[in-house]
Design a protein around this ligand. Structure first.
Ligand code: ZN
Length: 201
């Protein structure tokens, strides 16, 4: 939702880099090829976003992917248009007011396009990735390239909990319907996230 709010008037070619493997399909180990909803092919220059939800077990040093998807911009807009205006507004406002874009800007200015640096901490809370029990990754892509500008970024469990508080039950219901439609159990194997709300950032 926030990704469609951010303005991309002109994507500067120097910020377009190869897709980092962390955004590859978990299943194929290659770039995600199709939009989750309309199945359109993405790698020939389409503009799209990828989101992934991860559960982290820092004490044992492992992590699990809960879900991942790519959505073309048209589908992203259509899905978010079903959310209540109030929820959309509150969520956008939350991210606009709380996102620390300075971290991404510094990396960009230093021409540091190591994705691990971009997602090393929560864009809202500054919480280190390794301290999060869950987090979501977001990226903006054009065909076979990743746009290192307002993304990629990580949103921590702590920030997600705050976002949930802002969203109406009706909108949370729409988000969870989306999850259930595309990630029916048992595909989503994480009981942890099944109990949590599904938030499309
Ligand atoms: Zn689509």
């Amino acid at each position: 939702m926030v990704l469609t709010e951010l303005q991309y008037p002109h994507i500067m070619s120097q910020y377009l880099k190869e897709i980092p493997p962390i955004f590859y399909s978990n299943e194929t180990g290659a770039p995600i090829q199709r939009c989750l909803v309309c199945d359109s092919y993405l790698l020939d220059g389409a503009e799209y976003i990828i989101e992934k939800a991860v559960v982290n077990y820092p004490t044992v040093g492992t992590r699990d992917l809960v879900w991942e998807f790519a959505l073309c911009m048209d589908c992203m807009e259509e899905i978010t248009s079903e959310y209540s205006e109030e929820s959309q507004q509150k969520m956008s406002q939350y991210f606009i007011e709380n996102m620390n874009m300075g971290h991404l800007r510094e990396l960009k200015e230093a021409e540091n396009f190591d994705v691990n640096e971009w997602i090393s901490k929560c864009i809202v809370k500054g919480k280190a990735q390794s301290d999060c029990s869950q987090y979501q990754l977001c990226g903006h892509f054009v065909g076979e390239l990743c746009v290192f500008d307002h993304t990629p970024f990580l949103v921590s469990d702590e920030a997600m909990d705050e976002v949930v508080q802002l969203i109406s039950n009706k909108t949370l219901g729409s988000m969870n319907d989306f999850r259930d439609r595309f990630f029916p159990p048992p595909e989503d194997l994480s009981p942890l996230l099944r109990d949590k709300e599904f938030i499309l950032i």
